[in-house]
Design a protein around this ligand. Structure first.
Ligand code: SAH
Length: 404
């Protein structure tokens, strides 16, 4: 894909590099791929000696994948001698032994030999041969050094552009100091022990609550193993905070400290409103409230219920009168009922929908029809003056009158 990985806002490296000299390259494709490899490693000086298909070459442009600068700057020569004329150091690459008295080096060493010369401002070059036959002996003889690569002796010939790539890579690695273009994402350092210890504390406290450490005598070994497990992660502060959050979420639930799923006073009132409006918590055509509903209501007392119940329990006048909270009587759940006194205390919420009023009236009729006395108490009054409410209930119980 042309342009892939190209960043026009960046400068090409200033340290330059050797000229890449392709002798009689045959395929435009290989010239383009060689130019691309050169671009990857910051090389710009491409020299072509008698390219078979002439120059410019459309196929070469395509294969260069945007290494336009290299392609456009390429110079074409009739003779190898002309292509190397300005070089003070020339390397010849080959897969084959040419039987010449020359030092043979690998690509890494080639980069090392080139570097001081290029740094000194000299022009250097690397010769590459034809795809089919490589470099001829006389071309090798023009070079100062022979470069060959450690390869499978049974299959030693590289693609021309790939040979350029390896030489380019070794050059760039040396010249650039081997710095990678980007680094490992900076990871926060390991958490301090105090944070880990705080986490262990809460984890172990919750595990204690869940009776995880069994039998108790194994607790020391188990906690040590647990702690080691987390130490092996070398967690960061963020990791420890996440772990803390997990323990808290599991132990306390999403909405803060566990309250056993209990509603607050307001929530409890809403629950009753909903029930009053929805068939008093009865499944249609059933005569009794939904199973467990009374218990749910008992567990979720409104503020008025809680106040009144507490006051009643602590008031001698009510001891032995047999009041209970949120108990089903027939199809209704009563706020307070005394079966011995056949008396129901009914709390009336501050605002009541028409529907709820209707259900309440029905309840009163039903209870009174069965010999229950119904004492209605305004929730707001209970909350405002619970002692006074108790006095009125007591008086009503004594007189046998109805209180509203
Ligand atoms: N058939 C040719 C190889 C041509 S490959 C031969 O036997 O020589 C094209 C060019 O890539 C070679 O001339 C040389 O410049 C380079 N090349 C290929 N394989 C190489 C290797 N193992 N070591 C060094 N250069 C190599």
């Amino acid at each position: 894909m042309p342009g892939a990985g190209t960043d026009k806002t960046r400068e090409w490296p200033a340290f330059g590099g050797p000229a890449i000299i392709l002798v009689e390259p045959q395929m435009g494709e290989n010239i383009g791929a060689a130019a691309r490899a050169m671009g990857n490693f910051g090389l710009t000086d491409l020299r072509l000696v008698r390219p078979r298909d002439g120059w410019p070459n459309l196929q070469a442009v395509r294969s260069a994948s945007g290494a336009d600068r290299v392609i456009e700057g390429a110079r074409v020569y009739d003779r190898t001698e002309d292509a190397i004329a300005d070089c003070t150091l020339l390397l010849a690459t080959t897969a084959r032994e040419h039987g010449q008295q020359k030092t043979v080096i690998d690509a890494e060493e080639a980069a090392r030999r080139l570097q001081p010369r290029i740094a000194a401002g000299e022009t250097t070059g690397i010769l590459f041969g034809r795809e089919r036959t490589g470099l001829e002996n006389y071309e090798i003889s023009l070079a100062d050094l022979v470069v060959t690569l450690p390869v499978n002796p049974a299959f030693s010939s590289l693609n021309l552009a790939q040979a350029v790539l390896i030489l380019g890579y070794e050059w760039f690695k040396l010249a650039s100091g081997g710095a990678l273009p980007f680094e490992t994402q900076h990871k926060a350092g390991p958490a301090e022990k105090k944070h880990l210890l705080a986490f262990f504390d809460s984890l172990e406290r919750e595990l204690d609550r869940a009776e995880f450490f069994r039998p108790p005598e194994k607790r020391p070994t188990m906690t040590a193993n647990l702690r080691n497990l987390f130490h092996r992660m070398t967690p960061t502060l963020q990791d420890v905070q996440t772990l803390q959050g997990i323990v808290r979420a599991i132990s306390e639930g999403r909405k803060g400290p566990a309250r056993g799923g209990l509603l607050d006073g307001e929530g409890a009132e809403t629950l009753r409103e909903l029930l009053a409006e929805h068939n008093a918590g009865r499944v249609p055509r059933e005569r009794a409230p939904v199973r467990g509903l009374a218990r749910l209501l008992r567990r979720n007392a409104t503020d008025a219920e809680r106040l009144l119940w507490k006051a009643m329990v602590n008031d001698r006048r009510f001891a032995g009168r047999g009041f209970k909270r949120q108990v089903p009587v027939g199809q209704y759940i009563t706020d307070f009922v005394s079966f011995p006194l056949r008396t129901v205390l009914d709390l009336v919420p501050p605002q009541e929908s028409e529907e709820a009023k209707y259900v309440r009236a029905d309840k009163r009729k039903w209870l009174e029809g069965r010999g229950y006395r119904l004492i209605e108490l305004k929730a707001a009054e209970v909350e405002a003056d619970v002692r006074g409410t108790l006095d009125r209930i007591d008086a009503a119980l004594a007189s046998g009158q109805t209180v509203t």
